[in-house]
Structure formats: C-alpha cells, structure tokens
Design a protein around this ligand. Structure first.
Ligand SMILES: [Zn+2]
Length: 388
C-alpha cells in the first residue's frame, strides 16, 4: 500500500445513506479517505461524474457465462434440470475463457468485489485477471453421493485451496442448497464457523418438500435419501434446526420466505443476496426484501449466473429490484437500491474494507459518468470507471 495522497473533485459524492453531497472533494491517502471538504480548487479531473463506492456483486456464478442465452424461457425446475444436464458436458478451457470474460464484464459494470459461487476450479483465475476482491464459495453438492460424500468434499477442498492460491481471495466450502446436500454435511459445513453461502427458497418447492413431503424436490429427496421425512418446517426453518443459520451465513434468493422466515433471518443474523433478474426469468416468487431490511438484515444485490439473468449489468439488476419491490407493494427507493448494491452488499459478504465514503473508510471507488442523480444512473446504465 502506497501512501501517495490524491484529491478527487467530482460533481457529487454518494454518502453512506445513499444521498448525494454536491461540491465536495475527497482526499485519499493510500486506500484510506482522510478528508471530505468543499472543493478547494476549480481544477477538477472528475467533472461530470458522481463518486461512489464500487458495486459489490453479492452472488455470482462466473462459470456459467458460456450458457448465456442458452436456457431461455424455462421456469425454475426445468431450468435447473437442464443446467445440471448441460454443465458437465462442457470443456474446461471453454468454461475458463467464458469465466474470464464474465469477470471482466463485472468490472465494466462497476463491480469491485464479488461473492462468487464456484463449482469448477476456474473462477479463481478469472477473478485474478479482472482484479476483483471479495470471496469465493466452493460449492458442495452431494445429490449423487448422499451417503458417502467424503470423496467429493475432499476434491472440492483441493479445488478451494488451488483457487485461494490463484485468486488470493478467501475460499470457503459451501453447501449448494437446502435440498442438494445431506443434513449431516450441512451440519458439518456450518460447524466450521466460516462464511457460507447457500441457495434457499429460490422456489416454493423447497418449502413444499420440507413442510408436506410433496412436489418435485420431495421426489428428488425421496430418491436419494431413504430416511427422508418432511420436517414440517420451511426450508429456512430446516436449516435453523440443523444449526446452519449464523451471522456468517449468506442466504441466496429467499423468494419463498414466510413471515416467520423473515423474523428467523433477523434473529439469527444471516445476510441475503437478492438476484432480481434471475428470479423474474425463472418465475420465482418475489423476495420480501423491504421486510427483511426492516428486521436489520443486510441485503446485497447479485447477478446470479448469466444462464438465468443474461448479460452482467448491475444497473439492470437495480431496475429489476425496484420493479419487484413495487410489485410486492414495498417499494425500495433509489437510495436503498444504491446502498444494497454497494455498502450493504459489502457488509452482506463481511468484506474487511469499510465500503463507504466516510473519513477513515477505505472503499474501492468508482466514477459514474454523465448523470446528475442516482435515479438517472439506475435508469440509464451509464459508463462507470473503477479507480483502484
Ligand atoms: Zn446462484
């Protein structure tokens, strides 16, 4: 870390609550904001731009970028079955090349840090090339090895180690979803106390399976687990009973959350990744984001994979999140959306940097060009530029 000092004089800066302060300059030493004060000079290289913390993509799968546009028009269950069928037929080099393009596209849309869920050992290299920060969650799925998962866990542990070396980011073994990992493995992974990211309540089928033992997920569980019995709980309640909900658990999706799930999320301190375009395209229910935030839950915005959400674009995600929140009758403001895509996203992934423009903080920064308000920015997908 150098200690060179520089001064940025944009038209406006985004404050931690998502409001804009106009006419301010920011003095940075190394990575740390030392001062925020009125413009001290008319010499402004950042004229015409808003200065903001960089975006944080709270949930991503770089390794499905090659499948963009190839699985369109399918609802959740048909989509996930088709993805499962197609993903292992691909060649590793193609997947690697596409993942690198996806990581660079994240940068182009202003993403400085990412919560990457990896099922192949190639995300680490993509993240290294795009110089992204964040975390990698090395995904564990034990559907095919329900009663003897140790070999699979061992391979994934080795991949995790390799990816940590390549990317220099922390890599954590993580369960894929409530219904694709056996309860004993869910318990075992949670007991590490490390950060985890898990898909929960993406569809209503998880709740149907655990509550009543009905629906396609119940059928899947019955076929792999001779001891499967419905627990009478929601999918989130099931994880709670297994001891899997703690303040280092990121819940991805939360579409089919009940009122009790919202309270349970607040009480256990889990965080949420909201993936609005993916949820719309797969016909999922609308996640109760405003209610969760009211309970103090940190919610980040994620692009999920290009196989469900299309081209990587954080502005398009914010527009979709706003649309869904209005449809649910609990509208998120433009300030809310910007906070979720930046500071709150960083908090939802427990990033070590203080991701806000405040004296003493050290966010990655970006310039948003050619717009005067955050509403304009969210509406228009403007040009952005990462500064470090
Ligand atoms: Zn996902």
């Amino acid at each position: 870390m150098g200690h060179t000092s520089r001064t940025l004089r944009p038209d406006a800066i985004v404050l931690p609550d998502g409001t804009l302060q106009r006419g301010a300059e920011v003095v940075i030493e190394g990575d740390i904001i030392r001062s925020i004060q009125p413009w001290s000079s008319t010499d402004r290289n950042e004229r015409g731009a808003i200065l903001s913390p960089a975006f944080v993509n709270a949930h991503s799968h770089l390794e499905y970028y090659d499948l963009k546009g190839k699985l369109e028009g399918l609802a959740y269950w048909d989509w996930i079955r088709e993805l499962t069928r197609i993903k292992d037929t691909r060649h590793r080099d193609d997947v690697q090349r596409a993942a690198i393009r996806a990581a660079l596209q994240n940068r182009a849309t202003g993403v400085g840090a990412i919560g990457e869920t990896s099922d192949w050992p190639v995300s680490g290299e993509a993240i290294r090339q795009a110089e992204l920060q964040g975390r990698i969650f090395q995904e564990i799925i034990t559907v095919r090895e329900w009663d003897s998962p140790s070999k699979r866990i061992q391979t994934r542990s080795e991949w995790a180690k390799q990816q940590a070396e390549v990317s220099t980011l922390p890599v954590h073994l993580s369960p894929h979803a409530t219904h694709t990992v056996s309860p004993s493995v869910l318990r075992q992974l949670a007991s590490s106390g490390e950060p985890q990211s898990i898909h929960v309540a993406e569809s209503r089928f998880e709740n149907e399976a655990f509550q009543n033992g009905s629906g396609p997920i119940a059928d899947l569980l019955a076929s792999v687990d001779k001891d499967f019995r419905p627990t009478g709980t929601t999918a989130l309640g099931y994880l709670g009973e297994l001891g899997c909900l703690h303040p280092r658990t990121q819940i991805v999706h939360a579409c089919s959350f009940s009122e009790e799930d919202v309270l349970l999320a607040g009480a256990t301190g889990v965080t949420i990744a909201h993936c609005p375009r993916s949820n719309i395209n797969l016909g999922c229910e609308i996640a109760p984001i405003a209610k969760l935030r009211k309970q103090g839950v940190k919610v980040g915005i994620g692009t999920d994979s290009a196989a469900s959400s299309g081209e990587i674009d954080m502005f398009a995600e914010m527009r979709a999140a706003r649309e869904l929140s209005i449809e649910r009758g609990q509208p998120l403001s433009f300030e809310d959306l910007w906070c979720m895509a930046t500071r709150e996203g960083a908090e939802s992934l427990w990033l070590p940097r203080k991701w806000k423009i405040e004296i003493g903080a050290n966010p990655r920064l970006m310039l948003v060009h050619g717009v005067e308000t955050l509403e304009d920015a969210i509406t228009s997908s403007p040009r952005v530029q990462l500064l470090q």
